[in-house]
Ligand binder design. Structure first.
Ligand SMILES: *Cc1c(COP(=O)(O)O)cnc(C)c1O
Length: 380
């Protein structure tokens, strides 16, 4: 057979606007010769993101992980923090870097986010805060989490790395909790190559965060806290301003791909898809499916089958954070404490979704899944 080798389909790809559109921004930076430290583009991006997201106070960071670490610092969190094992490893790493003990609680099988009942059961006298994640941009049960936090006097920091632009009943999901942290990494819906932000509730807190991300400086000679260097530079901020102009287009493309997967995989025995509540706006950041035991092929076999066809699906999140060597010794890390997260992490597979994914490539992904289901069923 002389078929040309099929093109490689990545699981995700950053949206890059036409290069010509970026040049004027770079020329401005070259003219100003102000490359970082709260530059003009940095200020503009903070303002425009507040408008776009519908929030009031936002501080940009060089990446989401430093933003998470700094959010915990800004709130002076210590002791134990309850978090989810079903997330990207940076969520728990941010606790570790602050000398905080992570306490893992299990997730809800439908939302795949922290189960409020499991949160409540994990609270001890050392608990000071909750660190839930809006996994796949699907909002946590924010009302119940707020009521638990109020009852027990706990802080809430949301890892909102996936949740750019998500709203609940037309209100930004970033309004909930004491702070929310975004990531603008290249794999995320809105990207500045690397980047992130903290959304907080008042101007005073934003000032504190701004100081912390600049070594703790408040003026030329005064350092008030052991801060870090978490500043976003002007090239990143400029790229964010340009990217923001394209978000309608990006969202429309993602929505189209999401709808096509849903259509094609609906009613496929053994494949479960994630439904988002109707009162939430979505950002189509990920397309996770669950390959359940009713599917004739295991999750890993399907993953390998896709790989053989040059399609990169991702077992995201597998392994669980609680299974990594630096955390698996924690009392809360055992699989008996986390049965739902453990089962889901063995079934989940994220399919390729990104604005430039074309119909033919998406069709190859769908056909591979369908053929897997069909072929093996006949064989059994
Ligand atoms: C991407 C991500 C992070 C880390 O963000 P970076 O910008 O890559 O540092 C943290 N938490 C979650 C859930 C993420 O997906």
């Amino acid at each position: 057979m002389s078929d040309p080798k099929p093109t490689f389909v990545p699981v995700t790809q950053p949206f890059l606007p036409p290069l010509d559109e970026f040049r004027p921004y770079l020329e401005e930076i070259w003219d100003r010769k102000w490359v970082t430290n709260n530059g003009v583009f940095h200020q503009q991006l903070e303002e425009q993101l507040c408008d776009y997201l519908g929030v009031e106070h936002l501080s940009l960071f060089s990446n989401g992980t430093l933003a998470l670490i700094t959010a915990l610092q800004a709130l002076k969190i210590t002791g134990e923090v309850i978090t989810t094992p079903f997330s990207f490893v940076a969520t728990t790493h941010a606790l570790h870097w602050n000398g905080i003990k992570p306490v893992f609680a299990d997730i809800d099988p439908v939302s795949l986010n922290l189960d409020p009942e499991k949160i409540e059961a994990a609270i001890t006298p050392q608990t000071t805060a909750l660190l839930p994640v809006h996994v796949y941009a699907n909002p946590c049960d924010v009302e119940r989490i707020e009521s638990i936090a109020d009852t027990y006097g706990l802080r809430v920091i949301y890892d909102a790395a996936h949740a750019f632009g998500v709203r609940i009943n037309d209100r930004s999901v970033l309004h909930y909790g004491d702070m929310s942290v975004l990531s603008f990494h290249g794999t995320k819906v809105f990207n500045t190559f690397e980047g992130g932000a903290i959304v907080c509730r008042d101007a005073k807190t934003k000032r504190r965060i701004d100081n912390l991300k600049n070594f703790g400086f408040v003026d030329e000679t005064t350092v008030v806290a052991p801060g870090i260097n978490g500043k976003m530079n002007e090239v990143q901020a400029a790229f964010g301003l340009l990217q923001l102009k394209h978000m309608d287009e990006v969202n429309a493309q993602r929505a189209r791909i999401d709808a096509r997967y849903r259509d094609a995989l609906r009613n496929l025995h053994g494949i479960a898809m994630h439904d988002v509540p109707v009162h939430c706006t979505r950002n189509f950041a990920y397309f996770p499916i669950l390959v359940t035991p009713e599917f004739p092929v295991s999750r890993d076999d399907l993953y390998n089958e896709l790989r053989e066809k040059h399609i990169a699906a991702r077992r995201y999140f597998y392994p669980l954070i609680s299974e990594f060597p630096m955390y698996r010794g924690l009392p809360s890390a055992g699989p008996h404490n986390l049965p739902v997260a453990t089962a889901i992490s063995r079934q989940v597979l994220c399919l390729p979704i990104f604005p430039a994914l074309d119909d033919a490539d998406q069709e190859r992904v769908i056909e591979t899944i369908l053929s897997c289901a069909w072929r093996k069923r006949r064989a059994s």
